[in-house]
Ligand binder design. Sequence first.
Ligand SMILES: CC(C)(COP(=O)(O)OP(=O)(O)OC[C@H]1O[C@@H](n2cnc3c(N)ncnc32)[C@H](O)[C@@H]1OP(=O)(O)O)[C@@H](O)C(=O)NCCC(=O)NCCS
Length: 167
Amino acid sequence: MIQIQSANAHRPGLVALEPSDGAPVARLFGRLSNESIHRRFFSPISRPEQFVAAILRVDRRDRVAIAAVENGEIVGVAQYARTQGKSEADLAIVVADGWQKQGLGRRLVASLADRAASHGITAFAVDVQGDNYGVIKLLRRVAPGIHLAFSGGVGEGSFPLTAKEGS
Ligand SMILES: CC(C)(COP(=O)(O)OP(=O)(O)OC[C@H]1O[C@@H](n2cnc3c(N)ncnc32)[C@H](O)[C@@H]1OP(=O)(O)O)[C@@H](O)C(=O)NCCC(=O)NCCS
């Protein structure tokens, strides 16, 4: 259950989500524009319950979601889901509209990558809409060598993760 409070008013804390975090995740839904939801899920989502179910498919190992939390409210979530039987995982992220372009995306992906590497994930795969310049820039920041192959308006790419010493 989310309890973390940000130590700094302008720097949300990062915490792993648990299946019991439905209420704050549902409130995050209210902070997302239709465009942000569409860019995250590639399809519209109209009900908060659908959003909560998609975000909270977590098991602390193969499916992990890291939330950015400000004053008890979630303002962004980055998550991975391991491809069954593989060391690669799919990456997805969404930041509340009012918090975008403030460095949260980079922090969330870096934190998620550390967590993933500690669970034996060696690479993140990601799909992006071809005109999603925000996430393309974010990916080029966190993985400068990433190559995105575009087809049918969707870009697919992957980048390696490095485990921290001792993890
Ligand atoms: C994509 C997204 C996660 C980026 O999160 P963010 O918190 O805004 O990212 P950051 O602030 O860490 O930005 C990283 C870089 O990208 C740039 N950037 C972010 N959004 C941008 C945009 N819409 N247009 C141009 N540049 C953008 C930032 O300025 C920053 O550049 P810098 O390193 O030169 O300062 C956020 O826009 C979002 O939630 N979008 C909707 C969902 C989505 O697209 N998910 C991706 C598919 S899974």
